[in-house]
Design a protein around this ligand. Sequence first.
Ligand SMILES: [Zn+2]
Length: 346
Amino acid sequence: MNHVKIDQEFMLHFMENLINIPSPVGYYVKVSKFMVDSLTQLGYEPWVDNKGNIYVRVAGQNKEKTVGIVAHLDTLGLMVRKINADGSLKIVDIGGINYHSIEGESVVIHTRDNGEYTGVVCCNSHSLHVFKDAATLERTSENMHIMIDEKVSCAEDVQKLGIRVGDHISVNPRFTVTKSGFIKSRFIDDKGGVAAVVATLKALKDHNLVPSNNVLFMFSQYEEVGYGGASVPDGMEELVAVDIASVGPDNAGTEFDVSICTKDAITVYDVPLVDKLVKLAQEHHLGFQTDICTGGGTDASQAVRAGNNLRVAAIGLGTYSSHAMERTHVEAMENTSKLLLAYCCG
Ligand SMILES: [Zn+2]
């Protein structure tokens, strides 16, 4: 196992492609197709359930036990709240976006008939030359709007474009990898996690590895609104969520390590399973930290909250500035992917 390599180039390229496909919560058709195609190309047989969750089953040596690994495909985003009389758009956020981080950013408005229009996110007090409170007005959905990049001056002009209340709006992710290995992008949450999981799936194929137990890989939707992992197929005994791990003054996690979460805002994770993950990380000399994630939940904690009878754990890549312009390092992704591989085969 220690000789097994994660294909870093593949992982980053896959992550970039995935991040560039908009998937604000509920807007899942395009990202689902990309995932199904990618997993099929890797030699797997993915399937999709009613909710848009995607699955891949990998048979293990022990056919009696099935464990799960889950990462979410949905991201934060916006929706058209109202078409304003001046032809701008009032917006509402989906999943808890930090408005400070998207002011001035380009967006795409996705209409019901597959139209796409670009626009820009503005504060209502958008110019220091015009508004005394341009620097101080609180950045909230009430105080922000979108200017569509079309010649529109009234609500009727906007309606003629096919834009309606309730249309999804995706935010330009700005994916970049630096020479020093930092990944700067929106939606590293959780497309960085998904890329780490898919890199693990590729490593299993590349090295002809057979997991110890059956492993059901899940790629969920609706995690950012609280129920991504809520429905879990029958027969699963444990579930490990892969998501970003917060980095902050009270967090042990770093942008280079995989964090092994012991508690989040919803649950305390299963002690024997956490112990096992810590032991595997030590045995494989991975950069890791145990940590507490106070700011939210994961697919795994959502799964147990929904009533599934599972042992749960959560691991993830340390990520700076979560739910804003995020940053992590390729080492954190590699440590995450290697820990998953060890979990499958350990
Ligand atoms: Zn997440």
